[in-house]
Design a protein around this ligand. Structure first.
Ligand SMILES: [Zn+2]
Length: 257
């Protein structure tokens, strides 16, 4: 291997090591749940449209309150001592767009993107009156022009989430679902659906795996994202109230030890 190439690899390894140690330390703090975690949401006009602009202008912190309530209710189910696990703050709008996720994520392109994303966050996060533990960048799109949005992402390294959402109050339920799912990723929760089929994986992706009869289920496991209706069908729930944080997810975010 030529010397400059060796040097490049060495630098990359150093950066990754630093990132991993930092992530581990933060994760420990986030997962002890002794204090309320501050979640800051920063809106971005995803498609540059007038519709998204007026939607962002109408956004209020209270629009995200159902997520706070949801975390509180779910935590109570697991007997967590912390009665207010998260508090959401609405930050100011960001004009610059985050680096785009590669369409086909290979090993190196994923690492590169996650580092680029962290660098972008460091440079572009507006100041806010609290120290955010989790940062969600909410990109809004006009549903009249965009029927499908890119996949949202939550990074457990750096506690950064990118949520692709619709600039439409009527779709608030689905927006809050996506935001909550990505928020949980930043806390270490993993997906619980089949990547080929989109079907919830049994039993980890079921809110009530031991329900009898098993189908139809009434709720979705939040990290599986769909309510299983049969072995091969599942419906997208209309709101977070139709989902639960399942046992395995609760263990991943350390609500149970
Ligand atoms: Zn996911």
């Amino acid at each position: 291997m030529p010397l400059f190439k060796q040097f490049r690899v060495f630098v990359l390894v150093l950066i990754l090591l630093g990132v991993s140690v930092e992530a581990l330390l933060t994760r420990n703090h986030l997962q002890d749940w002794s204090s309320t975690l501050n979640v800051a949401i920063f809106p971005i006009n995803g498609d540059g449209s007038a519709e998204s602009r007026s939607f962002i202008n109408s956004l209020k912190e209270a629009d995200f309150a159902p997520i706070e309530q949801y975390f509180g209710e779910q935590a109570a189910q697991y007997g967590l001592a912390q009665t207010r696990p998260i508090r959401i703050y609405l930050g100011s709008e960001i004009q610059k767009h985050p680096p785009e996720k590669p369409a086909k994520a290979g090993f190196f392109s994923s690492i590169y993107w996650s580092l680029a994303m962290r660098y972008w966050v460091r440079r572009n996060t507006p100041s806010i009156h609290v120290r955010p533990d989790i940062r969600i960048f909410a990109l809004y799109f006009d549903p009249a022009k965009y029927k499908r949005l890119p996949d949202s992402t939550g990074l457990a390294k750096g506690q950064i989430g990118m949520a692709y959402l619709f600039a439409d109050r009527g779709l608030n339920g689905s927006n809050l679902l996506v935001t909550t799912h990505e928020m949980l990723h930043t806390l270490g929760a993993t997906d619980k659906y089949g990547l080929q089929t989109n079907q919830p994986i049994f039993p980890v992706g079921y809110a009530e795996p031991y329900k009898s009869p098993r189908y139809p289920q009434e709720f979705a496991e939040i990290m599986a994202g769909r309510v299983p209706m049969s072995e091969t069908e599942a419906n997208i729930p209309e709101s977070v109230q139709k989902t639960m944080i399942g046992f395995v997810t609760a263990r991943e975010i350390r609500w149970i030890k």
